[in-house]
Design a protein around this ligand. Structure first.
Ligand SMILES: NC(=O)c1ccc[n+]([C@@H]2O[C@H](COP(=O)([O-])OP(=O)(O)OC[C@H]3O[C@@H](n4cnc5c(N)ncnc54)[C@H](O)[C@@H]3O)[C@@H](O)[C@H]2O)c1
Length: 308
């Protein structure tokens, strides 16, 4: 069993990862400044440090805890916020990540797993499904900042032999996704429908995304502890689902009969993307397992019990 330092472990995805790591017998240390994360997401068996990834004092945490692995999820992850405040986005996502990398190097971490985004680094795709050979032309600041760190990972491996795996997530959904944030259409729709409010669809609702349930991306992180060295892997079904389809599937699950409201499309959001996960299948042995409908039902159930 290993000691794993998880950044962003109070957030939606990484808190699900922490629960799994602990269930599998690992020791977990969390670094999170609670900007978008929540204390109630934090597993009681993890050691929690409330600190910013940009803070130089994380050196002391690395020195004390001596983690074997680092799983780096902490980020400014809101596309629109990145367009409104590009400096903050770059500060957290790039400089914060360099601070983490410097500590990995200094404290001889065996491997870092870095969470990138398949949805925001490729821009408006030239072909579908998008694989790792697709040109990288992000059309929002968030996509640029997340991708920039991938270059640093290559560099830290080249200069210092720091091992890494990059996981480029699609649109992840499931329990603990924030229904009050700007991202996470599923959580927002579920929350609204459960409270009898009509969700708003921006644009015509025909935008396509690749939606993967959170336990499936957690699987990829677990696999990456042992495999996928120095690889940059997309995670995805390779299938696009429209916002209108999400709306109608949820209408059935929740038995919600109201029609959606439509509003103008928003800046920085691409029209269609779905992502080829076959490299992750080859390198990590990763396959998504939870179908979209099953994932939506599980997520709805969770919101009914915990957040409605
Ligand atoms: N949700 C998705 O669909 C999706 C898609 C692609 C990539 N990702 C990536 O997955 C990761 C997790 O995203 P999420 O959806 O769980 O978001 P989230 O906002 O729930 O989690 C991010 C966590 O990082 C913490 N954090 C933010 N800034 C920090 C800082 N400066 N110092 C310390 N902690 C900080 C937050 O408090 C939060 O707990 C991010 O790196 C994001 O870019 C998410």
């Amino acid at each position: 069993m290993s000691k794993i330092l998880v950044t962003g472990g109070a957030g939606f995805i990484a808190s699900n990862l922490v629960d799994r790591l602990i269930a599998e017998g690992h020791e977990v240390v969390i670094i999170d400044n609670l900007t978008t994360g929540f204390k109630e997401n934090i597993n009681k068996k993890a050691r929690f440090y409330e600190i910013d990834i940009r803070d130089k004092k994380i050196d002391e945490i690395f020195a004390k805890e001596k983690p074997d692995y680092v799983d780096h999820h902490a980020a400014q992850m809101d596309v629109r916020k990145s367009i409104e405040n590009p400096e903050y986005d770059a500060d957290v996502n790039i400089l914060g990540s360099i601070n983490i990398l410097e500590n990995c190097r200094k404290h001889k971490v065996k491997k870092i797993i870095y969470i990138s985004t398949g949805g925001a680094i490729y821009g408006e795709p030239e072909y579908f499904p998008v694989n790792e050979k697709h040109p990288i032309n992000p059309v929002c600041h968030y996509g640029v900042s997340k991708h920039t760190v991938e270059h640093y990972l290559f560099l830290y491996n080249y200069l210092y032999n720091l091992n890494f795996t990059v996981l480029r997530y699609p649109n992840v959904f499931g329990p603990r996704q924030n229904p009050h944030g700007e991202a996470g259409v599923n959580a927002i729709f579920i929350k609204k429908m459960l409270s009898g409010e009509i969700p708003v669809i921006y644009g015509d609702g025909e935008q396509l995304r690749d939606y993967v349930y959170v336990s499936d991306v957690v699987d990829a992180n677990i696999l990456a502890l042992k495999k996928g060295d120095k690889k940059f892997c997309n995670l995805g079904w390779g299938i696009g689902i429209s916002v209108n389809q999400i709306y109608s599937t949820l209408q059935k699950i929740i038995k919600f009969s109201e029609k959606p409201e439509y509003a103008p499309a928003r800046l920085g959001e691409i029209n269609k993307i779905f992502i080829d996960g076959s490299l992750a299948a080859k390198e990590l042995g990763w396959y998504p397992k939870v179908s979209f409908e099953e994932g939506l039902s599980k997520t709805t159930e969770w919101f009914r019990n915990f957040r409605s």
